[in-house]
Design a protein around this ligand. Structure first.
Ligand SMILES: [Zn+2]
Length: 88
C-alpha cells in the first residue's frame, strides 16, 4: 500500500490538532485530544508498516474508509462493534 499520502494527511492533521489542543489546554479529554492520540497511533503504524490493517481482526481496512478517516484503526465491521460497546 502506498502510505505516503496518508502519512502527509496524518501529519497535517496532527499539527492542526496540536494547535487546537494548545488553544483549549484545559479540556484534556476533549474530542480533539482523543483524535490526536488516534492520529499519532496511525503514524506509528505507518512507521512499523502495519498501517491499513484492522487492529482487531487483522484484515485490510476498506480503502474508501481509510481515505475518509485515515487515522481509523478498525475495519467497518469492528468499528460498528466498537460503537455498540460504547453505546451499551
Ligand atoms: Zn476488523
Amino acid at each position: 500500500m502506498n502510505t505516503k499520502r496518508f502519512q502527509q494527511r496524518l501529519q497535517q492533521k496532527e499539527q492542526d490538532l496540536q494547535a487546537q489542543n494548545a488553544a483549549q489546554s484545559l479540556q484534556k479529554d476533549s474530542l480533539s485530544s482523543r483524535t490526536l492520540a488516534q492520529v499519532q497511533d496511525a503514524l506509528r503504524r505507518i512507521a512499523d508498516d502495519s498501517y491499513g490493517a484492522c487492529t482487531a481482526c487483522g484484515k485490510e481496512i476498506e480503502p474508501a474508509r481509510l481515505a475518509a478517516v485515515p487515522w481509523t484503526s478498525f475495519c467497518l465491521k469492528d468499528q460498528n462493534r466498537h460503537d455498540d460497546v460504547i453505546r451499551t
